[in-house]
Design a protein around this ligand. Structure first.
Ligand code: FAD
Length: 458
């Protein structure tokens, strides 16, 4: 009899855990996966996927606005039936979750619907929803438990009345007005979505500019575009308490004033999910952000216990969790130590308008002491110009003066999320501005500006 029940036991069937379990099972290893919810994880059930469906739903209202300018004089944005959308969305998520389970099973992994916690370094206690317990042993263990939104603990009324992104996909009904607290990507995405669905949206952010960490020009451009669309962006202000009144949620602000909204979404932070894992039993202490510390091969202080994805709080994105899973399988089972390379990861923000970004921001280039040139443009797309709209696309390239390598690309507007995937290839390949320029334009597109930017910003 084998010494352990499993060669690999994975805790969490989200983006990272599922990929790792499948790849390991395909190698012929005995793999178990515990999932306390449904397979799929944040991305499929409470993140990227339902969010993108909401983005699609919300974009139709702007399309109607454009349609009028193009001669569809009777086009109408409404009525929008939230319940129809929500139920279709849930059915689609069920379908996707089942595909995740089926793929795991097809690869030969055993999926166990249970919460997993450590008993010791090689044993886990699995507790089913019905309360049944069993103990399993594994030679190698992968923690892929993801992250979870948190509500500020110190603000009266917030724990009782505040919503997190988790609840946004299953609201019983669409509020007429929504206050969003936070200035990160999840906050601006929900602002665009809810506004597009006809909700009166106000975003409150305590910092000076939304989207900390993004290029400053991108931050300014998006804030202007959001305002142009009718989203109220209030910066340098912090909600300090929430009270339910007959008129709705009363939000007390730190300047002594109050605001009213039907619902309040706190998109102000997420935490790695380590609660309930009983990490004490194996002597692992989360860092100051609550993340499990790992080396560049995703190994914890125990050589046979690894952690990947949001629970390690490195770069909290689905494709990153998946790449970390692939690197983990190479390292742990293929005798090929592999560290994922976090340089130049392209990302999109599905705000309205979208953002696509890869590589260095201007501030990062400056801080790194790099002599750089900036090529940038702000223009109305053909489609917007046609209807005499005000919205503008913003594109910016940061180029190393010495090497001519394009260090960063930042786009706001149009299909920026789609565009940045390809710009990401060029930045990852460290192509020079001269090679971008030598690439023939595709006309008429907005993207062609990226290969025709001639003038350095003064
Ligand atoms: P998860 O996918 O969260 O999976 C962890 C799993 O572990 C969960 O299923 C959980 O139930 C399970 N689990 C936890 N503890 C236990 C336990 N003790 N026992 C058993 N099971 C357990 N990323 C993008 O790349 N693009 C986007 O557009 C994007 N949009 C997002 C929008 C929102 C609103 C949010 C919240 C996130 C978004 N993300 C996006 C981030 C992305 O969802 C995460 O980075 C990704 O899901 C992380 O994968 P993971 O495997 O680390 O964890």
């Amino acid at each position: 009899m084998d010494k352990y029940d499993y060669d690999l036991f994975v805790i969490g069937a989200g983006s990272g855990g599922v990929r790792a379990a499948r790849l390991a099972a395909q190698l012929g290893l005995k793999v178990g996966v515990a999932e306390e919810d449904r397979p799929g994880g944040t991305c499929v059930l409470r993140g990227c996927v339902p969010k993108k469906f909401m983005v699609y739903a919300s974009e139709f209202s702007e399309q109607v606005h454009y349609a009028h300018g193009f001669g569809w004089t009777k086009a109408e944005a409404g009525p929008f039936d939230w319940q129809v959308f929500r139920d279709t969305n849930n059915a689609e998520l069920d379908r996707l979750s089942q595909i995740y389970t089926a793929n795991l099973v097809k690869a030969g992994a055993e999926v166990i619907p249970a919460h997993a916690a450590f008993k010791d370094e090689h044993h886990l206690v699995l507790t089913s929803k019905q309360g049944g317990e069993r103990i399993v042993s594994a030679k190698t263990i992968l923690i892929a438990t993801g992250g979870w939104p948190f509500l500020p603990q110190h603000c009266p009324g917030v724990l009782e009345h505040g919503l997190t992104s988790n609840e946004m996909f299953n609201l019983p009904e669409l509020p007429k007005s929504l206050a969003i607290v936070g200035g990160g990507y999840i906050a601006v995405e929900f602002a665009g979505v809810m506004h597009g669905l006809g909700v009166d949206v106000t975003l409150f952010y305590r910092g000076q500019k939304i989207l900390r960490g993004f290029d400053d020009d991108v931050r300014d451009h998006l804030a202007n575009e959001m305002a142009l669309r009718g989203i109220k962006v209030r910066t340098q202000i912090d909600p300090v308490a929430l009270k339910k009144t007959d008129a709705g949620m009363e939000i007390s602000l730190n300047d002594g004033t109050t605001a009213l909204a039907d619902q309040v979404l706190y998109a102000s932070g997420r935490k790695p999910k380590t609660e309930g894992l009983n990490l004490d039993a194996i002597g692992i202490t989360p860092d100051s952000h609550g993340a499990i510390p790992v080396d560049r091969f995703s190994r914890t202080t125990h050589p046979h216990i690894y952690a990947i994805g949001d629970v390690t709080n490195r770069l909290n994105l689905t494709p990153v969790a998946i790449r970390e899973a692939i690197a983990f399988v190479e390292t742990a089972f293929k005798d090929n130590e592999t560290a994922y390379d976090y340089e130049n990861i392209p990302t999109a923000v599905f705000s309205q308008p979208q953002i696509g970004t890869v590589g260095m921001t201007e501030a990062q280039a400056k801080d790194a002491g790099i002599a750089y040139d900036v090529y940038q443009t702000r223009f109305r797309s053909m489609k917007t110009a046609f209807i005499k709209g005000e919205s503008r696309i913003f594109q910016k390239l940061i180029v190393d003066q010495k090497t001519d390598v394009v260090l960063g690309v930042h786009i706001v507007g149009g299909e920026a999320g789609e565009l940045i995937q390809l710009a990401g290839v060029a930045v990852k390949a460290q192509l020079k501005k001269a090679q971008w320029d030598a690439t023939c334009a595709v006309h008429p597109t907005a993207a062609e500006e990226l290969v025709t930017l001639k003038d350095k910003r003064a």
